[in-house]
Design a protein around this ligand. Structure first.
Ligand SMILES: Nc1ncnc2c1ncn2[C@@H]1O[C@H](COP(=O)(O)OP(=O)(O)O)[C@@H](O)[C@H]1O
Ligand code: SF4
Ligand SMILES: [Mg+2]
Length: 379
């Protein structure tokens, strides 16, 4: 039922009041001088994992209402493995990674619940990144955890040379290194990401390089501190197809060399097929299917995953045909009751209208949230 003007004004007022209260609470928490360790020191559930997302909830308190961008997300990133996080635009992939990195835009964006457990080498213990004070978070960010964004210029400063920027990262994490040592390490890093003429690139400014070269530089920068975890958010989306393939090859090669774990965010299942060991399919802020990449590609269960697989470009009768899942992601402020995918689902049954499906084990390494498999189990 549509609200009249007066009711709308009243509602707006209530939302603003609610948000002010929330900001006050979060700011008070954040500004505390000392935070007792027991608030953020925790234990991994499984020692083979580097990261465990456990029921993460990340909200944006906007003037239009609370946007539940990430609404109870759980998945693991095992040591030395690549996990692909996939879904259409707006399904919460980037917000999941920003929550992990401690880079949510405050005070609007906040972690409202859940844990992100991380086994930190530098700190020598497992911490809950969702509760970690900023001062400690910034130490591990850009050090043992590094991030590669879609648009390389996000990470590059146009007024400094490539050499200066990589050296600055080295200096920040290793202030004892000599000037000459920093330069040598920078040149080595540039070489390791497949750049030739390294002396020339070292002296260049970002605008003098192509998109693909800039992304290589950003990857070199992200390796500067020997990370054991790399978050790559659509690292090849802004590049042309041939360069995409080169950057993916490079990431794969580096992963094997440094034995890092990678969280690879992409809307393209093709990229995941080539790169990942595990895959997490997200829809409207939740995980709808997850597990071993081969199992899911061979036997996709969720109608959304099947739609995504169908929407990959295929060559048919000499022409490239693109399927896209009909309809759109529901408004995150007013999620429907029942399954969030119901309005777009070809297999919808009665129960889907009212009850959100629970996570079901298809195998030990393949899980799905969809009523179709519940029914089958019971019947
Ligand atoms: N700063 C913000 N303010 C309000 N809503 C946001 C903000 N950033 C992201 N969102 C919302 O959170 C949801 C998830 O966004 P995002 O994680 O960026 O999606 P994607 O999967 O494309 O990376 C979207 O509905 C988006 O509109
Ligand atoms: S729960 Fe129902 S609506 Fe949702 S994906 Fe499964 S069949 Fe479709
Ligand atoms: Mg994104």
């Amino acid at each position: 039922m549509a609200l009249n003007k007066k009711e709308l004004k009243q509602k707006e007022k209530e939302i603003k009041k609610f948000n002010r209260q929330k900001f006050k609470e979060y700011t008070k928490q954040k500004n505390r001088k000392s935070v007792p360790e027991q608030e953020y020191v925790t234990e991994m559930k499984n020692s083979n994992n580097l990261i465990e997302f456990d029921n993460l909830q990340t909200y944006f308190y906007t003037d239009a209402g609370t946007v539940k961008s990430v609404d109870g997300v759980s998945f693991d990133i095992p040591i030395g493995k690549t996990v692909g996080v996939v879904g259409e635009s707006g399904c919460g992939k980037s917000v999941t990674s920003l929550s992990l990195m401690g880079l949510l835009p405050g005070p609007y964006g906040q972690i409202a619940g859940g844990e992100i457990r991380y086994n930190s080498k530098e700190l020598g213990k497992t911490v809950n990144l969702a509760k970690l004070p900023q001062s400690i978070h910034s130490k591990i960010r850009g050090g043992e955890i590094s991030m590669i964004f879609q648009e390389p210029m996000t990470s590059l400063n146009p007024i400094f040379t490539i050499g200066e920027q990589i050296e600055e990262v080295i200096y920040y994490h290793d202030p004892k290194e000599t000037k000459e040592g920093r330069k040598q390490r920078t040149l080595e890093l540039l070489k390791s990401v497949g750049i030739s003429r390294v002396e020339e690139i070292y002296k260049s400014y970002p605008h003098e390089l192509s998109g693909g070269m800039r992304q290589r530089v950003v990857i070199a920068m992200s390796l500067a501190c020997g990370p054991n975890f790399i978050v790559a958010d659509e690292p090849t989306t802004a590049l042309d197809v041939t360069i995409q393939a080169q950057i993916l090859d490079l990431l794969r090669e580096l992963k094997n060399k440094i034995n890092a774990s990678i969280m690879l965010i992409t809307h393209d299942l093709g990229v995941v097929a080539e790169m990942a060991d595990y895959v997490v399919i997200m829809y409207a802020g939740r995980v709808v299917e997850k597990g071993d990449v081969h199992e899911i590609f061979k036997n996709p269960k969720h109608p959304y995953t099947r739609g995504l697989l169908k929407s990959r470009p295929v060559l048919q009768e000499g022409t490239e045909r693109l399927y896209s899942i009909p309809g759109a992601v529901p408004n995150p402020i007013n999620m429907p009751s029942g399954c969030f995918f119901k309005n777009r689902c070809e297999n919808c049954i009665d129960i889907c209208d009212t009850v959100y499906p629970e996570l079901i084990d298809i195998t030990d390494t393949h899980k799905v949230t969809c009523h179709l498999y519940n029914e089958r189990k019971e019947g």
